[in-house]
Design a protein around this ligand. Structure first.
Ligand SMILES: [Zn+2]
Ligand SMILES: [Zn+2]
Length: 343
């Protein structure tokens, strides 16, 4: 089969590799669509939890073409998406029923073979039927599941006012979930006017354009329009200098949500007296587990819309172009690899 194959960080070829065979508890899936995300850029550089050699791609959908001998709940021909996380079940955290914190966190496309390939194998218990969703929509189930987990972590109260920085794909999905979860004033801040308009429309949110070289402009605008601040302030940009600014917008009792992925070595300065006096909470949201069932239903019911989010598609052979677009291109929201069209 054809696959994006990394020998080592930064060194990949699109080449012929052996097609995997499913073990008795696994299925073989012919990949149709696989989303490209910022995490794939980190993996390209050998960051995150990546291990090499590697076939990356963690947001994939496709059709089952072979079923292992012990699999009873799935059949050849089913259209599916895969929860790419494999939790060990026996480490300190798994035994405490905290599987997301698994010390042996195994993730197809991060430290195990993923979906930038014509075929991928997956354990049957992590394979989900996608119903009437298109393969493109189904490739957005994994990012949506991460946003559903973000919603769990935020624990929004109906009527909370929410401020979010960033208009990337998972940010736009999270904004829609927050709208349905009962956010009152929902304000999105981003530096790209086209993306901001799409995000604002999908989440029925107020929007504010940010000038990356003049932070005072949006600071003053937010302070003027929302002088009492917000119950929830979310960074979905992953830019440390934006995160650094989040506490100033939190009202008393407010929550700061670290949702975007910063560089591993970034730091921020916190005023502990402010945390104490305003009773602020600082909350992280990492990946997801056991959120696929809800993510699929949010998409199937049309409560989360992703069609306007998918802006760029590439054939597998053009992986370099897709990676360049996500890393330093402009004007895109979600980039996908389209494996149904070889060229
Ligand atoms: Zn991703
Ligand atoms: Zn574990």
């Amino acid at each position: 089969m054809r696959a994006v194959f990394y020998e080592a960080p930064q060194h990949f070829t699109v080449s012929d590799v052996p097609t995997p065979r499913p073990l008795p508890h696994q299925v073989l899936i012919k990949v149709a669509t696989c989303g490209v995300c910022k995490t794939d850029v980190h993996i390209h550089r050998g960051e995150f939890i990546s291990e090499f050699p590697l076939i990356p791609g963690h947001e994939f959908s496709g059709t089952i073409t072979e079923v292992g001998s012990e699999v009873e709940d799935l059949a050849v021909g089913m259209r599916v998406a895969v929860d790419n996380t494999v939790l060990c079940g026996h480490c300190y955290y798994c035994r405490k029923n905290q599987p997301l914190y698994c010390e042996n966190f195994y993730s197809l496309g991060c430290n195990g073979p993923g979906g930038f390939a014509q075929y991928v194998v997956a354990n049957h218990d992590k394979v989900f039927a996608i119903g009437p969703l298109s393969f493109d929509q189904a490739a957005m189930i994994e990012p949506t599941a991460c946003a559903v987990h973000g919603l769990d972590r935020i624990a929004l109260r109906p009527g909370d006012d929410v401020l979010m920085f960033g208009t990337g794909p998972t940010g736009i999905v999270l904004a829609q979930l927050l709208r349905h979860a009962g956010a009152l004033n929902l304000v999105l801040v981003g530096s790209d006017p086209v993306k901001l308009a799409i995000a604002g429309k999908l989440a029925r949110a107020d929007t504010l354009l940010m000038d990356r070289s003049h932070y005072d402009l949006h600071r003053n605008a937010i302070d003027h329009r929302y002088p009492h601040g917000f119950d929830v302030v979310i960074d979905a940009t992953g830019a440390a200098e934006v995160l650094q600014d989040c506490p100033r917008y939190a009202r008393r009792g407010g929550k700061i949500i670290v949702y975007g992925v910063t560089h591993e070595t970034d730091t921020m300065t916190i005023n502990p007296y402010q945390v104490f006096h305003k009773e602020l909470s600082i909350i992280g949201s990492f990946a997801q587990t056991h959120a696929f069932d809800r993510a699929i239903q949010y998409l199937q019911l049309g409560l989360v819309q992703v069609d306007d989010i998918i802006t760029h598609r590439f054939p597998l052979e053009d992986f370099q172009s897709a990676l360049d677009q996500v890393d330093h291109g402009s004007g895109h929201i979600k980039v996908i690899m389209d494996l149904q069209n070889p060229r």
